[in-house]
Design a binder for this molecule. Structure first.
Ligand code: HEC
Length: 134
């Protein structure tokens, strides 16, 4: 299309196009990187639980949970999972079985107690966490 343009200018335009495609390629690569670096969607959300109002035994269980279940993924994954009550048993078994989980039956049981309690509380409307006292 630029048949009559002097050589230099044609070359310059060509370079411009290259720059543009190059730029787009770089942007694309960056975007891909961003997506790759993006946390697993299952890890989106808070990565801790405020257990200050929990009964003491659950506060202890939370400690076990927060240490044991943040080894391979963020704690946000179990915290934000839509897993409720005794559904947790299956998941905890699955996690314990993973090589190198470092979770024994006993801590598994404590974590289970914590998550069952925590997930039940999650379903309660705000304000009723104190037992519905108003
Ligand atoms: C040895 C590594 C390891 C440990 C320790 C571990 N997990 Fe996981 N967890 C994984 C891997 C890998 C995945 C992703 C694959 C999968 O979903 O099975 C995962 C996924 C999950 C998921 C998402 C499951 C789903 O289907 O979306 C939950 C919830 C979870 N883990 C909870 C826990 C809890 C609770 C603990 C502590 C008892 C724990 N994890 C400890 C490795 C681990």
């Amino acid at each position: 299309m630029d048949e009559r343009l002097p050589r230099g200018e044609r070359a310059a335009r060509g370079r411009g196009r290259h720059l543009l495609t190059g730029g787009l390629a770089i942007l694309g690569a960056l975007w891909a990187q961003l997506l790759a670096a993006d946390p697993d969607p299952r890890d989106v959300g808070p990565d801790r639980v405020d257990v200050s109002s929990y009964p003491p035994e659950y506060r202890e269980r939370y400690q076990v949970f927060s240490v044991r279940c943040s080894k391979c993924h963020t704690l946000a994954r179990p915290i934000n999972a839509r897993i409720r009550g005794d559904e947790w048993k299956r998941y905890i078994k699955k996690m314990i079985r993973r090589p190198g989980s470092g979770i024994n039956e006993e801590s598994g049981q404590q974590i289970y107690e914590f998550l069952k309690y925590y997930s039940t509380r999650q379903d309660e409307p705000p304000g009723s966490a104190d037992g519905g006292v108003r």
